[in-house]
Design a protein around this ligand. Structure first.
Ligand code: NAD
Ligand code: GLY
Length: 363
């Protein structure tokens, strides 16, 4: 198994990455000093596929184990279902040294992580991410949250896991479209931080999507890049915001399409291409940089322009969707720009800067 460490002094933790290694979770938790009861939080989809392997691995290692299911879907990343988790943790008499295993995609990771952050003022938890997005992004870095009726991820905490355990083979039960959507976040790491990794993806994206060795390498590189950013800025005071590259446009696209038409990664892919075009327009990068970014994104099979899908978006609708995004400060939107492949810059853009035509850039 490959191993990376997220270095945060006494809160440092390992990320293990391998193939067909799910059955080793219990043994490894035993070796790492976890004790007592373990609650595995999952949903029926992932639980049916992998719950038994995690539970029997934990039982074999001597843990007393419970499974808590919440329904499958973003709408269940809610205060109501968080409360259901607390009820179950109390019913099972989970204690301070008991731990939580989050088995699932980003939805499960976020809600289980927030339950761990708050139950008994904090219990240890480990992430076992089962989507590509969760393996390369949401399981690493300690952002935990539930949604509020007024918006996504509005209630949450920074709370780091004790371990991240990645088995890339579990991605084989995801649809091709979901795996590909996750690849958008992988491409993002190359753009924001590592031109060599970007080139690797230009040549090897097919191998990555085909579950070849490039997949393990890409997950490892993505986690290492995210770890290095989180180590420098755990609570997103400044640097960590570069992880939002393409997401300001992306979130606006998701909002106006009601989160239905596109996968998150597909919206982010258009968002990254648009962020590159905006960088060119503002003189931050050269045309060559935009061509490279659009080239890789479209080679993988994503759209680079919103006009490619039937989406009725007005300039004011776009601005409104961007303004309700959390990345707005003092009335200005903090855009992550690309200077070169592997290098970013920030630009604050407010209404006064318009008629900068963001809609034209997106289309
Ligand atoms: P998801 O968790 O909803 O998973 C997508 C679908 O795939 C679900 O139906 C799930 O049941 C299913 N699934 C998961 N693993 C599977 C597997 N191996 N085989 C078959 N089906 C499987 O979606 P996601 O894209 O993983 O995560 C999105 C969530 O992540 C959002 O709530 C977002 O806010 C959050 N997020 C958090 C962070 C962070 O830093 N904490 C970062 C990015 C996104
Ligand atoms: N997904 C963005 C972050 O973790 O900061």
């Amino acid at each position: 198994m490959e191993q990376i460490t997220v270095n945060l002094k006494e809160r440092s933790y390992p990320i293990y990455i391998g193939r067909n290694n799910l059955d080793l979770v219990g043994e490894l938790m035993g070796k790492k000093g976890f004790k007592g009861k373990v609650a595995c939080i999952t949903n029926p989809t992932v639980g049916r596929l992998y719950g038994h392997r995690i539970i029997s691995s934990l039982n074999k290692a001597g843990f007393e184990t419970f499974r808590i299911d919440i329904p499958d879907g973003e709408e269940y990343k809610s205060l109501e279902w968080l409360s259901h988790i607390y009820d179950k943790l109390i019913e099972y008499k989970m204690e301070r040294l008991s731990s939580i295993v989050a088995l699932g995609g980003g939805v499960i990771g976020d809600i289980a992580g927030f339950a761990a952050a708050t139950y008994l003022r904090g219990v240890p938890y480990i992430q076992v991410p089962t989507t590509l997005l969760a393996q390369v992004d949401s399981s690493v870095g300690g952002k935990t949250a539930v949604n509020h009726t007024m918006g996504k991820n509005l209630i949450g905490a920074f709370y780091q896991p004790k371990m991240v355990f990645i088995d890339v083979d579990v991605l084989k039960t995801l649809g091709d479209r979901d795996v590909k959507a996750g690849l958008a976040e992988v491409v993002k790491y190359g753009i924001i931080r590592d031109s060599k990794f970007f080139s690797f993806l230009e040549y090897n994206y097919r191998d990555v999507l085909g579950f070849g060795d490039g997949l393990i390498y890409s997950v490892k590189m993505s986690c290492a890049i995210k770890a290095s950013i989180v180590e420098q800025d755990e609570t997103e005071a400044d640097l960590r915001a570069i992880l939002n590259f393409g997401h300001t446009f992306g979130h606006a696209i998701e909002t106006v399409t009601n989160y239905k038409e596109l996968r998150h990664g597909e919206a982010v892919a258009i968002g990254m291409a648009a962020a590159a075009r905006l960088s060119l327009k503002l003189g931050v990068c050269s045309k060559g940089v935009v061509e490279k970014i659009e080239g890789l994104i479209s080679k993988i099979g994503f759209h680079v322009k919103l006009s490619a899908i039937s989406c009725q978006l007005t300039a004011s609708g776009l601005l409104k969707a961007m303004e309700i995004d959390k990345k707005v400060a003092g009335g200005k939107i903090n855009f992550v720009m690309v200077e070169d492949i592997g290098k970013t810059a920030f630009r604050q853009i407010g209404s006064a800067d318009f008629p900068l035509d963001l809609l034209e850039i997106l289309n």
